[in-house]
Design a binder for this molecule. Structure first.
Ligand code: DAH
Length: 343
């Protein structure tokens, strides 16, 4: 048999053997047998020595073609078997682990959540407990218990969403002062984060829905100095040890005296910048000594116990810390904003 015929026989044999194969692992054996260093094709090429240049060229070319064909048959068959194995796996209910999939996107924290959690952490460290209250509030707790009777002009600042007679969406978190004091005896140190609602015209700094954190402490001998020390400690833990606070006289019906609280601008540190509107200060809320009328309304004796309270706006703090310029962004859930807050 000439070399040409031998090559043809090899091709046919390889074809038969490839067809018989049911297990992918056996392809390697075939590859070695026909195409390997000591395989059948190499064997033929070893015999070229005695041939003329012409014949060498012809047989050499043919040998190359045979090699390619065998390789092709092996590749095709191995792909076919792989497919069969995969569909068998799928039929058995085993997941197809070779299929690539998109990694689910990671979630992001809302900037208000980040600020809220930090605030809660700081107040917990100072010994406060955290409580929550109803968003749908009774007029009594939202106003009357807080020394804001129906004829009080302060009600005008709390343009409200009334849901039914005597029930409204709370306009601040302060009603929780009354609810908690009514049920419990001092000493109390509580913060109440929560969502509030006002029928305000919406613009870059006003929302109809916003977050506040209320805080109050009641015990014997609580003074304005305790209030100031608590807020200063909070501000330093929240914005850094260089932070200072200021309190300017203000009026709230449920505290007397009352103050407006500001912190040195966390962005410029008081050196004046656009965030603090070149004042060096950021106003973050109101505070004061709980009015004796409020203490009486919840059944406490103002001669015996005293307390302080404060209420802060969380959006204001988040806007300052993160340089967010428009309060409406907090409600829009635009991923371009949110994805900056991976935790
Ligand atoms: N509730 C007030 C508001 O929404 C904020 C406030 C001021 C809360 C003084 C207080 C306080 O506890 O003492 O405008």
């Amino acid at each position: 048999m000439g070399l040409k015929e031998e090559l043809n026989v090899i091709l046919q044999e390889a074809g038969k053997e490839v067809k018989k194969i049911k297990d992918k692992k056996l392809f390697d054996e075939i590859r070695v047998k026909f195409l390997g260093k000591k395989g059948e094709l190499k064997n033929i090429l070893g015999k070229l020595g005695s041939l003329s240049v012409e014949e060498k060229k012809e047989i050499g070319q043919l040998a190359n073609e045979v090699k390619d064909k065998i390789q092709e048959m092996i590749d095709e068959a191995s792909e076919r078997i792989e497919k069969q194995e995969r569909s068998a796996r799928l039929k058995k209910g085993v997941g197809d682990i070779s299929v690539s999939r998109d990694i689910p996107p990671i979630g992001y924290y809302h900037p208000l959540t980040v600020v809220l959690e930090r605030m809660i952490g700081v107040f917990k460290n100072m010994g406060f407990t955290v409580e929550e209250g109803p968003e749908l509030e009774e007029e009594y707790y939202n106003f009357d218990a807080l020394n804001i009777p129906w004829y009080h002009p302060a009600r005008d600042d709390h343009d409200s969403f009334y849901i039914s007679k005597g029930k409204l969406m709370r306009t601040h978190t302060s009603p929780m002062q009354a609810r908690i004091m009514e049920k419990r005896k001092p000493p109390l140190a509580v913060v109440v984060p929560g969502r509030c609602f006002r029928r305000d015209a919406v613009d870059a700094t006003h929302g109809h829905t916003f977050y506040q954190m209320e805080g109050f402490v009641v015990d014997k001998h609580i003074t304005f100095a305790d209030l100031k020390g608590t807020l200063l400690t909070w501000a330093k833990m929240m914005f850094g040890p260089q932070t200072q606070i200021r309190m300017r006289p203000d009026y709230f019906p449920f505290t007397e005296p009352s103050g407006e609280v500001g912190v040195t601008c966390p962005v410029c540190g008081g050196k004046l910048c656009p965030v603090c509107k070149h004042t060096g200060w950021i106003e973050i809320g109101g505070c004061g000594m709980i009015d004796p009328e409020v203490l009486k309304n919840v059944g406490y004796d103002p001669e015996n116990v005293s307390g302080f309270a404060f209420g802060m706006g969380l959006e204001r703090i988040a806007m300052t810390v993160y340089g967010i310029r428009d309060i409406r962004y907090f409600m829009e859930n635009d991923m371009r904003l949110l994805e900056q807050f991976v935790k």
